[in-house]
Ligand binder design. Structure first.
Ligand SMILES: [Zn+2]
Length: 88
């Protein structure tokens, strides 16, 4: 027996389908019935919930980056001329 327990293989069909559904779950593309099954399985399976947390963090990081453009605030730039015009 080796000590490499972290490299355990996923053999249970339920685990396989759960991991395959993780991305769809995060993007809310799972059907309600499938979603429930997914959540129920995560509740009972420590391996899958660990994998899910990893995937969730990665996708959240991506969303934060893409939703926060650096520099450029178009709404403020557009407001300035209007305020100037009101002063005249
Ligand atoms: Zn599992």
């Amino acid at each position: 027996m080796s000590a490499a327990t972290s490299v355990r293989r996923v053999t249970a069909p339920e685990c396989r389908s759960t991991r395959a559904a993780m991305h769809d779950y995060l993007t809310r593309r799972l059907q309600p019935r499938r979603q429930r099954r997914f959540e129920t399985h995560l509740d009972r399976c420590a391996d899958c919930i660990r994998a899910f947390i990893d995937i969730r963090e990665i996708s959240w990081n991506r969303q934060t980056v893409s939703q926060a453009p650096q520099g450029g605030r178009p709404s403020l730039v557009g407001m300035t001329p209007v305020q100037c015009a009101r002063h005249r």
